[in-house]
Design a protein around this ligand. Structure first.
Ligand code: GYE
Length: 305
């Protein structure tokens, strides 16, 4: 990830920083990896990381950010659960001259209110998933969609990117779409309702597009319980690249995933160092991952497990 990032030229200074990290929660395997990776990077740098798990609630994140400001931390990492409602608390951080780095999701606030966003381009991810599906189905597919957390930039922009591509194919249509809140349980529950709503799901549904792997893994379970062969009767494409989706590919139950890098600590901390050194930091530090297919799943699984 470092190669792609303009801030890497900043030498990591020896100063020990105190950083507040407001994390959304632990709704998916990817998020857990992100948390572990950021904690490990802080440890490696000898930083004092104050960690707060918001249990998916924005009000808990706002409380945590206010607490970090009151403690006078050197920087704040914020993974914003939803896009809206951040202006006031970001203004308070700015007034306290504490840089805020958004990680893995974005906000609709004025970019002057935060230092940078370290996140992938979700529209590109959605577009890549749709392009793969269009090629796989020769542009003819009735799709069901599991959306991520309502109001999150990841869900909004993955959907927008996917929709933009399939709008070029008159015979590609999303016939059902609902949020599974990025969790396995949510994905299973919503997929069960999609399957029940169709008279002949194997014939009526050509593919599942899931905004993350965890919901897809729940949906795969729902398909199997309904006697449907996932990735064969119904194609499965999702996003994150967690180990279990590569395992599902090895078991012949998923067709494609798009990797989302969880190692966002280094670029986030480097951005804070650059800010402290008076350097300019780009407003968006992004590094999109590639699409993976079953043919390399075993190698990818072994790399990540
Ligand atoms: O895809 C999902 C997590 O914000 C991009 O949030 C992240 C998403 C990720 O719950 O697994």
């Amino acid at each position: 990830l470092c190669v792609a990032l303009p801030v890497c030229s900043v030498s990591a200074s020896a100063e020990s920083l105190t950083i507040g990290f407001s994390q959304i929660g632990s709704e998916s395997g990817w998020r857990t990896s992100e948390t572990e990776s950021i904690k490990a990077e802080a440890e490696r740098r000898g930083y004092n990381l104050k960690f707060s798990d918001a249990q998916q609630k924005q009000e808990n994140q706002i409380k945590a950010v206010r607490s970090f400001i009151a403690q006078g931390v050197d920087g704040i990492l914020l993974a914003p659960v939803v896009e809206t409602g951040w202006d006031q608390v970001l203004k308070e951080a700015k007034r306290a001259h504490i840089p805020v780095v958004l990680v893995d999701r974005g906000v609709d606030a004025n970019p002057d209110l935060y230092l940078t966003k370290v996140a992938s381009d979700f529209r590109e991810e959605g577009a890549l998933a749709a392009s793969w599906l269009a090629a796989k189905t020769n542009g003819k597919c009735n799709i069901v969609e599991l959306q991520g957390t309502v109001g999150s930039s990841a869900a909004i922009d993955r959907k927008a990117g996917f929709d933009a591509v399939i709008s070029n194919f008159p015979n590609m249509k999303i016939i059902r779409s609902q949020s599974g809140d990025f969790t396995r349980a949510g994905g299973k529950e919503v997929m069960e309702s999609f399957l029940k709503a169709e008279s002949n799901p194997k014939k009526d549904i050509c593919a599942l597009f899931s905004h993350n792997d965890d919901m897809a893994l729940g949906a795969i379970l729902a398909m199997k319980e309904a006697g449907i062969k996932p990735s064969k009767d119904i194609l499965v494409v999702s996003i994150d690249g967690v180990p279990d989706i590569f395992k599902a590919m090895m078991d012949g139950e998923s067709n494609a995933t798009i990797e989302l890098n969880p190692h966002l600590g280094a670029p986030a901390f480097d951005a804070i160092l650059a800010y402290r050194a008076g350097k300019t930091v780009p407003k968006w530090i992004k590094a999109n991952g590639p699409l993976y297919l079953p043919d390399t799943a075993a190698a990818e699984y072994n790399k990540r497990k």
